[in-house]
Design a protein around this ligand. Structure first.
Ligand SMILES: Nc1ncnc2c1ncn2[C@@H]1O[C@H](COP(=O)(O)OP(=O)(O)O)[C@@H](O)[C@H]1O
Ligand SMILES: N[C@@H](CCC(=O)OP(=O)(O)O)C(=O)O
Length: 265
């Protein structure tokens, strides 16, 4: 069995979706078509007997739209405010669509420094594991009210790797607006080559990763490589794949060679 074929045996899965994948780039509005298909795939994974945790960005993107702003606010406290507005709206959308399939969801807001506080860390781990035992899909985002790090650096990628290691997941999937890692940003050089597999995150790999390419995403490829480092160091395989690909999650579990697979040590 190849490493790809073996993905079907992964049980505990963390899936992160970025702002750029849940909103229309031109208008900033939620892309309900994409979101519904994505949610159906998550429910299908659960129906296959897997435990699923969703890490979703999009609070700022959605809040910006709710407040009829033409662009993301530039002041940090205003970003935090629209994140608070957008997070409630985002959860309402998730609850509504998951609810159509009778799937219960829960909101988990955490900060990365959780890992430095053993008691909080244990509490978060216990809560997520208890939700999974109840058959609920936890939906995680950073608590943007108390932490500004992520808003500045755009780092839900790292957050999802932290969640993966916290609950000792078997696989982390980062869904983005691009089908994995390229030798350089393909939006800047159309001759950039796709990298299907990474066994070790070398300096060369780190150098490939550039910044953000879309209008709403933050962090770009650099934070995804950072996430891959955390995940693989904790024994969690990670895949970066394109959220826009038809049945992307199904294809990953069929062992199809899509996206970039970072192999855990
Ligand atoms: N080496 C690279 N390979 C692939 N994409 C890259 C690379 N360097 C920079 N990028 C950019 O990273 C973007 C994805 O990151 P980001 O916009 O933060 O998305 P998300 O909202 O999904 O987190 C791509 O659209 C691409 O333009
Ligand atoms: N917590 C913020 C994070 C923004 C963020 O990291 O976005 P992304 O680059 O789309 O993963 C939000 O939900 O808007």
């Amino acid at each position: 069995m190849t490493i790809r074929e073996n993905l079907i045996n992964k049980k505990k899965i963390v899936i992160k979706i970025g702002s750029s994948s849940i909103t229309h780039c031109e208008t900033g509005e939620i892309d309900y078509g994409r979101l519904e298909k994505f949610i159906r795939e998550l429910i299908n994974l659960k129906n296959m007997g897997k435990e699923v945790v969703l890490v979703s960005s999009g609070a700022i993107a959605v809040g910006t739209k709710v407040m009829n702003l033409t662009k993301r606010p530039s002041l940090i406290e205003e970003k935090q405010a629209v994140a608070a507005i957008g997070q409630a709206n985002l959860m309402m959308c998730y609850q509504k669509i998951f609810g159509e399939y009778n799937q219960k969801v829960a909101q988990i807001l955490i900060t990365k420094d959780l890992m430095d506080h053993p008691v909080r860390r244990q509490n978060a781990q216990n809560t997520i594991n208890a939700l999974l035992k109840m058959g609920v899909i936890p939906i995680v985002n950073e608590n943007d009210t108390v932490a500004t790090e992520e808003i500045v650096y755009g780092d839900n990628d790292t957050l999802s790797a932290i969640v993966g290691s916290l609950i000792t997941a078997d696989l982390l999937i980062l869904l983005s607006d691009i089908d994995g890692l390229y030798s350089e940003d393909p939006r800047k050089n159309n001759k950039a080559m796709h990298i299907p597999e990474v066994e070790e995150i070398t300096e060369e790999i780190e150098k490939m990763a550039g910044g953000v390419g879309s209008c709403v995403g933050t962090g770009g490829m650099a934070t995804k490589i950072c996430a891959a480092q955390i995940a693989t160091d904790h024994g969690v395989d990670m895949i970066i794949a394109n959220a826009g690909m038809h049945h992307v999650i199904g294809k990953i579990f069929e062992g199809k060679p899509i996206g970039t697979l970072f192999i855990a040590h």
